[in-house]
Every structure is written in C-alpha cells, then in structure tokens.
Design a protein around this ligand. Structure first.
Ligand code: EPZ
Length: 419
C-alpha cells in the first residue's frame, strides 16, 4: 500500500501548470463512441479514471493509441459489442456516460452500476427519465443497467434537478437521434460546454451549452477526423488557488480559464488573498492568515462542491468562525474528521459544517475518503507542523495528474512511499 508523506509547514511558492479537465475527459472519452471514424484528443489528463475509460473503450472495439503522455488517438470505426465490462464500469462514476453514447451509436448498452466517490446517495433517475423520453427502455437490476431502443426521437426534456451527469448523458443520447431535443433546466458547468464543443467539432449540431436550455438537432453521423483539446481543469486550478491561500503562499497557476473560477476568486479575495487575473493564468498571493468566510456550494456558476473540502482546510486555520453549507452532496464532510485529527475544530450538523479557526494544524496519519477530500488532506499536510501520512491514494490518483510532483515544485516536502 502506498502513502504520501508530507513534512510541513511550507509556504507554497512558484508556478504550476494545470492539466486537462478530468470531468470533461471522462465524458468526452465515451462520447467518441458516437463517431464513425477517428479523432485525436489533446490535453488529456493522465489519471487512473482516464486509463480505465480507455480500457473500457478498447473492450468495446475502439483502437486507442497514446501519441504522447497527454494525447490520445481514438478510432471508433468498429464497435463490436454493446456489453461493457461490468467490473470496469463499476469502478467509477462516469461510466454512466456509456449509456448515452452507446444508445446513440448502437441503440443498446449494458453497464455495471456506476461506482465513484462515496458522497452519499447518487441517483440517476434524471438520466433514465431523459433516455426514456427519447424512446429507450431502461432496466436497472442485479447491479446492471441495460438500455435499448428501436429508435431515438428528439423531444423536450425538463430536468427536475440541475444535474451535470444527466445533462451530458441526455445530450450524448440525442446527438444521433431523429429530430430535435431540448434540455431545459440544464447544468451549465464548463465541462458541459466542453463536451458540446467536442461533439460539434466532430459533426454534431448542439446549441446553447453553458445556458440552462440546450438544443440538439440530431445528425445522421459523426465523422470525426478532427483534433480536439480538452479544457483546463477548473477544479485542479481551484485546488492550487486554495493551496496558496491556506499555506499563505504565492502561486502562479498557468493553463486555466479564469472566467471559470469567478466564484472562488471572489471568495478568496474576501478572505484576504490578492488575485491577479491574466485570463489564461492566475496568481494568488496570501501574506497573512485568511479571514473567516461563509460558503454555500451550488451548481455552476456558484461555488463548486468539488472545491468545498479544499476550502475547508483554509477555513480551519482562518481568523474567526466560518460556515460551509453543502447543498449538492449528503456526505461531503468526511474529511472534517481527518482535519480534526490534525487539530482543527470543525463540527458538522447535517448539511452544514462550522469551522472554528485554530492557530495551526499538526501532522497526523489521515485517510482520504474521496478524490477532493484527498486533495484537501494534501494541502492540510503542507500547512501542518510535523509529519502527515495520507492513505487511500487511489482516490487522489483517479483525478489529479502528477500531484506530488506539482506540489514538490512549489516547495512542498512531499513524497510517495510504499508501506
Ligand atoms: C458531477 O457528478 C461530477 N462528476 C462531480 O465531481 C461533481 O461533484 C458533481 O457533478 C456536481 O458538480 C463527474 O463529472 C464525473 P450531478 P454528477 O448529477 O454528474 C442529484 C469530483 O470530485 N441527482 O450534477 O454525478 C445528485 O444526487 C466529482 O470530481 C439526482 O437526484 O453530479 C446531486 O445531489 C465528485 N438525480 C445533484 O443532483 C439524478 O439523476 C447533482 O448531481 C442525477 C443527480
């Protein structure tokens, strides 16, 4: 078993380059199944969720070649089966995008129930509602999801809940449907726009992505034969912005779209950080202990739930008492118990957590419960006095490329060791 060993405290200083967005990539990879041809993807994050996605695509018949560390060539001309490997699809959440893509391509798919971070109940009723309205029959039983359709016909779909996954999945299923589909109350996250841009580059006709009404005019075929570069990961960028705040450091974050980070930028300025916005890079400097703040997580463009644990670390050592209200997931405060082992004073009541800022954190052995909790614990280890050991690195490796190398370059004393 591997663990991360971090010796702190360190004020992080230097430059970091952000990778392509995990949550865009894990949707765009299944989206390639809609193409009858080849495409090249650039700025692909080299992370374990991407490797598992590639393995699944290969088992479905795709030919995948890594052209370099972050570039993939994918040939989906011959898709030979509609049965995705159940063990692999159960490994991560985004395997549910195979349903939309394969319904589009083959009008049939069987996948294992999607796995992924344990953040509380993660229903997929809105995905299923969308597929059924398009004409598919969906069966969920014995740990499997089976979807089939004789034909998919465009229609109006109103999402009862703003859902990233359901918006993307229904968009995928509609691209090759007959006629026009509209998705109302759609999610607006940057990766939704990125998936739509990718599909349009390959020949789809999708309008309005990034607003709450997306219109998809069905086309006969996606030919591909094009290159697409994945959008930078706004959550990774936000993770480093918060690392600068929590460590009272100075970090220039390169290859990001600062427009995607507005809610976080406003909040850390309120907490006393200095932010210089250069459009495709952002510099965050914090010369003093951050001030208290209140946060409520919301769908984009609100404060992202995927930055909530990292913000929790900054608030744990802020001046004064802060509150976080988590409105997306039921169990996203598991990291607070680990921070408390490090000397934080955090109490959780239902969907709210109260952070009584302490002078400092102290190193301790801690366990990452999910991807973003893992990132938060790394920041906590960097600002804590003494040695922190972080376990359950699988979660972190699912979504962050070269994480310890990036923090090391900023001055952190961090290393991965095998137990
Ligand atoms: C995506 O999950 C991300 N995952 C999550 O990131 C992120 O936390 C989440 O969006 C919110 O931004 C991927 O993109 C792979 P949702 P997703 O559907 O699509 C409820 C990370 O750390 N809901 O927008 O699964 C749901 O329970 C991960 O990178 C339904 O009720 O999230 C939740 O309360 C963790 N029915 C809310 O909607 C449905 O059919 C938003 O979920 C679908 C969702």
């Amino acid at each position: 078993m591997e663990k991360l060993l971090i010796k702190g405290p360190t004020h992080l200083k230097g430059e970091v380059t952000i990778s392509g967005a995990k949550n865009a990539t894990v949707a765009i990879l299944p989206a390639t199944l809609l193409i009858n041809g080849t495409c090249v993807l650039e700025n692909v994050p080299n992370i374990s969720d991407v490797k598992v996605s590639c393995k699944i695509l290969s088992e479905l018949g795709a030919k995948i070649t890594w052209l370099d560390n972050n570039t993939l060539s994918i040939d989906t001309t011959n898709i030979t089966t509609s049965n995705a490997p159940l063990d692999l699809t159960s490994k991560f959440r985004a395997s549910y995008y195979l349903i939309g893509s394969m319904l589009g391509r083959k009008r049939a798919i069987q996948v294992g129930m999607p796995g992924g971070c344990n953040l509380g109940p993660r229903p997929i009723d809105q995905h299923i509602k969308g597929f059924e309205l398009l004409g598919a029959k969906v069966d969920v039983s014995q740990g499997k999801i089976t979807a089939k359709a004789d034909n998919l016909v465009g229609t109006s779909i109103y999402m009862d809940i703003v859902s990233v996954g359901a918006t993307i999945n229904v968009m995928l299923a509609s691209v090759l449907a007959e006629g026009t589909t509209t998705i109302d109350n759609a999610a607006k996250e940057p990766h939704i726009v990125d998936v739509a841009n990718f599909l349009n580059t390959m020949g789809a006709d999708i309008r309005g992505a990034g607003t709450d009404m997306i219109k998809i005019n069905g086309v006969k075929e996606l030919k591909g034969n094009a290159t697409y570069s994945i959008v930078p990961d706004q959550i990774e960028a936000g993770t480093f912005m918060l690392a600068a705040v929590a460590s009272q450091g100075d970090i220039l974050i390169k290859n990001c779209i600062t427009k995607h980070l507005e809610s976080l930028t406003a909040k850390i300025q309120e907490m006393g950080a200095e932010v210089h916005d250069y459009g495709d890079s952002i510099r965050v400097t914090c010369n003093r202990k951050p001030s208290r703040a209140n946060i409520k997580t919301l769908p984009y463009p609100g404060f992202p739930t995927d930055l909530q644990p990292q913000m929790g670390v900054a608030l744990s050592i802020a001046n004064g008492t802060s509150t976080i209200n988590e409105s997306i997931w039921e169990s996203r405060f598991q990291y607070t118990a680990e921070l408390n082992k490090m000397g934080a004073k955090i109490s959780v009541q239902g969907k709210s957590a109260f952070f009584e800022g302490v002078d400092k954190l102290y190193g301790a052995p801690v366990y990452s419960s999910d991807l973003r909790a893992g990132a938060a614990l790394i920041i906590a280890g960097i600002i804590a006095e003494g040695e922190t050991e972080i376990y359950n690195l699988d979660h972190i490796d699912r979504g962050y490329e070269k994480i310890e190398e990036k923090f090391k370059n900023l001055g952190a004393n961090i290393q991965r060791v095998s137990n």
